[in-house]
Ligand binder design. Sequence first.
Ligand code: SF4
Ligand code: SF4
Length: 481
Amino acid sequence: MYTYDPKSLVADEFINHEEILATLAWADANKDNVELIDAILNKARPRRTETGVSCAGLSHREASVLLACEDPERIQRMYHLAKDIKQAFYGNRIVIFCPLYLSNYCVNGCVYCPYHAKNKHIPRKRLTQEEVAREVIALQDMGHKRLAIEAGEDPKMSPIEYILECIETIYAIKHKNGAIRRVNVNIAATTVENYRRLKDAGIGTYILFQETYDKKSYLELHPTGPKHDYNYHTEAMDRAMEGGIDDLGLGVLFGLERYRYEFAGLLMHAEHLEAVHGVGPHTISVPRINAADDIDPSTFANGIDDDTFAKLCALIRIAVPYTGMIISTRESQKVREQVIGLGVSQVSGGSRTSVGGYAEPARPTETEQFDVSDQRSLDEVVRWLMELGYIPSFCTACYRKGRTGDRFMALCKTGQIQNCCHPNALMTLKEFLMDYASEETRAIGEALIEAEMNNIPKERVREICGDHLSKIEQGIRDFRF
Ligand code: SF4
Ligand code: SF4
């Protein structure tokens, strides 16, 4: 007997090792059970309701059976289903964001990250507030509105006060028509009190990657520093909720451990948040380990190929339909293109993963956290998305309208959020086109907006959106539903 309890607040009980092993064994035993697989696929289908659309999602056990299934025809059905779910809840908008590295000082020993404390040759850098301002101006001049700030863990060099000061600086800068309207925060696990301070500072999502859910591996991969404490790290999202942050971003670093184990653990974490707090994760990120400074990804035995990665992305979309999925520039244009079709709803663009990289004319590499695969400019990424039939969106409306946590989920679960996402995508794209786009991008974007106006179902919303688009042309900014 073992203790698995999604409602427990103890990490080993809500991410229970024996339950994961039992899940994987059950998935193996049923990977050719076509009746069960078809029933699971059927359960996950989006269904029309009186108020819109709804999706049942899948448990970690059900989703793990689909992941184990090797039947090509059924895998294709999974891909189609993921596309249908994505279309039903997210439409064709893709939200754009960018990471901002504040500091690479770190006291931890994560063996997969070049910022680990034992790396003595990597230059260490922490942005001053003047440098933060320079970075933000450079990002605003590209057209960004939504950032994810990143910092290594170092109580002396980047304490919570430093992070809060940076957030204040970022929100305060209004350069030309630019503004950063949403700051998501990716910093080390911390206390309820510090989460409360982050909430009060007006952050969007709090993001913390689990890296791996396998406790034994976790302890080996994090040999030193406060991050070594698996339970403190794994229980961080519950403390964040207690501190009032109800938009939370999960993620594992695929490649560290066996992907099927991680997949089950990730879904159990989502189930735990739902069971305890009534709100699942706001986002799930899907980073794969890649090269950087003294990190060679080939030394990690659990790397996954592109097809497996695509299947994972599709199954996350099917299992947790209401959770946004994020892909960074770690991945190539080709891979990003594939997984955007399968469920990813947010992408980064024009990213630099070094501390202080945006204010430099050329991409500096000496303090990069990871190698950037997709090195295109934001303008190129925007154009590429439009050419693929997506609406690039710089929308940040929800948390600014108080639509977070369960309020957000209530709208999302009925598909009604689309009534906001779609016009907001058009209006924020229009801002980008007016203020930052190249001529070619602008021409494609204007035609796209004109065509997509017809896809706003409610006449009144269409009218208001049209009015706002005219006002944007006259120089007014920041409209939102
Ligand atoms: S992953 Fe984060 S905590 Fe670990 S070494 Fe890198 S910056 Fe530090
Ligand atoms: S309306 Fe809300 S859910 Fe939709 S894109 Fe904007 S912030 Fe995201």
